[in-house]
Design a protein around this ligand. Structure first.
Ligand SMILES: Nc1nc2c(c(=O)[nH]1)N[C@H]1C(S)=C(S)[C@@H](COP(=O)(O)O)O[C@H]1N2
Ligand SMILES: [Mo]
Length: 314
């Protein structure tokens, strides 16, 4: 497993966007051709793939592993706002209205403000990052995300020197998100990062995947992707980002503090109290594979945790 770094990418390797998107169409086409093999209820509930995102350039830090088929990445999801079954988000997330959508940036910033999703897309160039997503439940996927470095988004609002952490919140609207009528988690879903983690160049706000906008079940129109942390840190359908002086609460830590810590770095040496984190099953594969420290991104992110005991700060 090899992580590509920016300087690894040869000029000739960079596919022109038009060609690139056509390649994605083929990928999607091939994936959709297997639809007939599915249970009818699943096939019926499936929304058509969202709109293509133009002008996406290849970003740094991708993996050269094969992406998970689009269909698997869009019907095996965790998004408790739409139910706790893996297929619930695909079945029910159609009720989420992703336009208009406003992101609010608050707290320890010199210029707090709100920005609409379309303006955000106009303001920042879009990059593709092929990253693994490793769930705490010991499955993983490889997703060609499209996004914006989180640090670039934050910079526009000018974080103050008091900004030590970044807190994120998902939309709270039980009418659009029927799972919020049930007490499985405290709503809205919240997550947090330390500021140095948030501005690390690997952390992105994703607005698309597989050459297209995000499907609702994957966290449209805007979600966090922090590839060296367990999947649950990648909060979906974000409406608020708040810079704070103190460590913010995170949904899974609040619900089960013994099982989920604030850091949640992928760590094969720290087992979940109820199961091992040493291996993982790549969705679509049969045999398990070894889980890598920091999900394979140790070279880039291990220095962020120098001197910390990661068995205590799990
Ligand atoms: N708002 C919200 N964000 C969320 C979740 C959720 O239930 N609600 N689930 C998390 C978990 S546990 C995982 S593994 C990933 C799954 O992302 P995917 O469905 O796109 O694979 O989303 C994370 N983000
Ligand atoms: Mo997860």
């Amino acid at each position: 497993m090899r992580i590509r770094r920016p300087d690894d990418v040869q000029a000739g390797e960079i596919t022109p966007p038009a060609l690139y998107l056509r390649r994605r169409e083929l990928l999607l086409g091939a994936a959709c051709a297997t639809a007939g093999a599915l249970l009818p209820d699943v096939a019926d509930a499936e929304a058509p793939p969202p709109r293509p995102l133009p002008d996406v350039r290849p970003g740094p830090f991708g993996t050269d592993e094969a992406p998970t088929p689009y269909r698997d990445a869009t019907l095996y999801n965790n998004f408790y706002e739409f139910g706790t079954d893996k297929k619930d988000p695909m079945r029910h997330a159609g009720s989420l209205r992703t336009r208009p959508w406003t992101l609010s940036i608050e707290g320890e910033v010199a210029k707090p403000g709100r920005i609409g999703i379309e303006d955000l897309l106009r303001r920042h160039p879009l990059e593709e990052r092929i990253y693994r997503l490793r769930c705490v439940e010991a499955w993983s996927m490889v997703i060609p995300w499209i996004g914006i470095p989180l640090g670039d988004v934050l910079a526009h609002f000018e974080p103050t020197s008091n900004a030590k952490y970044v807190a994120f919140a998902t939309l709270y609207d039980p009418e659009q998100m029927p799972g919020q009528r049930r007490g499985v988690l405290d709503w809205p879903y919240v997550e947090g990062l330390r500021i140095d983690e948030a501005v690390h160049p690997l952390a992105i706000l994703a607005v698309g995947m597989y050459g297209r906008e995000l499907p609702n079940q994957n966290g449209a129109p805007l979600r966090l992707v922090v590839p060296w942390k367990y999947g649950f840190k990648s909060i979906k359908s974000i409406v608020t980002i708040r810079l704070t002086r103190t460590q913010p609460p995170t949904s899974w830590n609040v619900s089960a503090p013994r099982e989920y810590g604030f850091y949640s770095n992928v760590n094969p040496k720290v087992d979940h109290p109820r199961w091992s984190q040493k291996r993982e099953r790549r969705i679509g594969e049969f045999l398990k594979r070894d889980t890598l420290p920091f999900n394979g991104y140790a070279e880039q992110v291990a220095p962020l945790y120098a001197g910390m005991d990661l068995t205590k700060n799990y």
